[in-house]
Write a protein that binds this ligand. Structure first.
Ligand code: BGC
Length: 427
């Protein structure tokens, strides 16, 4: 395990990967999958709900009127990354990045049951080549939440048979593209997907059933473990993992009760899935956005110096340190495959990245084998049921002209990348 150099300047281990993340549906444009159908059916409703929220909540009052328009909720051309990926990777390269996470859209590769598209496979071959030609390491996600329409109609992850469909798709992709890819991410945040799509009933297919959610989770665990074996069979040198969304449960008010509550929450949310797949991962992909506190603590902390993203999410960069420490038990390399902030004025992003990087350095110092940081996201993109208004990009997109503009925070991130480190926090 590489050890970070602990001089005054917080230097990262040599070879540490710095980059950004994206997903196909959120940035490519012109997809045809279960989400696209859902967006068309729900855009009006989401616009009306946003209108009500803006009237009642101080956080939401700040958001752009764009949120009240149905067009905000239709992914359409997205960031037009499908045609402009070279331009986007040029920007990533100019910022000094050494890694790039992209996802492959299952519905493009296999638009009909068992019918694979050579044209789309070639497209992704070119995408991966474009990343490598610019000296960056591709991290390729095989499934980032969207399903081909035929899979969704058939019952999606509710049905055990979907695992076989998914494996057939993985086999095709890995056999075709595996020569150029070392890092495979089988699934993106299976827990968040299960929660939002099957327990809370917010995302397609909008089921609200704990039992179904549990079944879906079991199927996703099966899908990952079998995909792991399959990919390693095809390419024993591949590094296979998944991206897991972990939360910092900062519960410290009622000593014993909170101690137990914290451990229980961690066991269920942070560790259940990872424990199930522990023997089937070469690395852990960590996605991190949240600290969870008691309601009262949140109110107490609701002072001007407590920063929030445009979506009302508290910005607490130090949280990533605690989440990383929790992962130490798995004794695996960790790549941070997502971490970011919706900040259209680019007011907090630079500060947030700088402090997250400091917290990551602290975790490395204390023995967590973190090997890369991929910021979410390279460009602005389509934020699922919130649509286009949240701006997560290091690079801003003008959705009328598709012109790209590098945000100041990206330039600040680029400095960290170039120096492979960051200054310590002011005393
Ligand atoms: C997801 C991304 C999403 C990001 C910001 C992550 O949970 O993987 O698709 O855009 O969070 O909400």
């Amino acid at each position: 395990m590489a050890k970070a150099d602990n001089k005054a300047f917080l230097k990262f281990p040599e070879g540490f990967l710095w980059g950004a993340s994206s997903s196909a549906h959120q940035c490519e444009g012109h997809n045809h999958n279960d989400w696209v159908l859902w967006e068309k059916a729900n855009a009006e409703r989401l616009a009306v709900e946003a209108f009500r929220l803006i009237k009642t909540s101080p956080v939401w009052r700040q958001i752009e009127p764009q949120a009240t328009k149905p067009s905000n909720y239709i992914s359409g051309k997205a960031a037009d990354h499908y045609s402009r990926y070279e331009e986007d990777f040029d920007l990533a390269q100019s910022l000094g990045m050494s890694a790039q996470r992209v996802s492959i859209e299952w519905s493009r590769i296999e638009p009909k049951d068992g019918r694979f598209s050579d044209k789309e496979i070639e497209h992704y071959r070119q995408v991966i080549k474009a990343i490598k030609d610019r000296g960056m390491e591709p991290f390729v996600t095989l499934w980032h939440w969207t399903l081909p329409v035929w899979v969704a109609e058939w019952g999606g992850w509710q049905r055990a048979e979907t695992i076989q469909h998914y494996l057939r798709y993985c086999e095709k992709v890995v056999k075709e593209l595996g020569g150029d890819v070392k890092f495979w991410i089988t699934l993106n945040e299976p827990d968040v997907y299960t929660d939002f799509s099957y327990r809370r009933g917010v995302w397609p297919p909008q089921k609200k059933s704990f039992r179904t959610a549990y079944r879906v989770a079991r199927h996703l665990i099966g899908a990952h473990t079998q995909a792991y074996r399959l990919i390693k069979q095809i390419n024993p040198d591949a590094e296979v993992g998944l991206s897991k969304n972990n939360i910092h449960f900062d519960l410290r008010r009622h000593w014993l009760v909170d101690y137990l509550l914290r451990h229980l929450s961690e066991a269920i949310w942070n560790n259940y899935f990872l424990n199930k797949i522990a023997k089937h991962q070469d690395f852990i992909g960590l996605n991190h956005y949240f600290r969870y506190q008691h309601k009262e603590s949140k109110i107490r902390l609701d002072r001007p110096h407590v920063y929030h993203s445009d979506m009302g999410w508290e910005l607490h960069p130090e949280s990533i340190y605690y989440v990383l420490k929790n992962l130490k038990r798995y004794n695996k390399p960790v790549y941070i495959t997502e971490n970011g902030v919706a900040d259209r004025k680019d007011y907090f992003r630079g500060w947030y990245i700088e402090n997250v990087v400091r917290a990551v350095h602290r975790a490395i110092e204390e023995g967590v084998d973190v090997r890369g940081y991929l910021h979410w996201a390279l460009t602005d993109n389509f934020e699922w049921n919130s649509g286009f208004w949240p701006r997560f990009g290091l690079v801003e997109i003008n959705y009328k002209t598709f012109e790209r503009t590098v945000r100041p925070s990206a330039t600040a991130y680029s400095e960290i990348i170039k120096q492979n480190g960051v200054t310590p926090p002011p005393a």
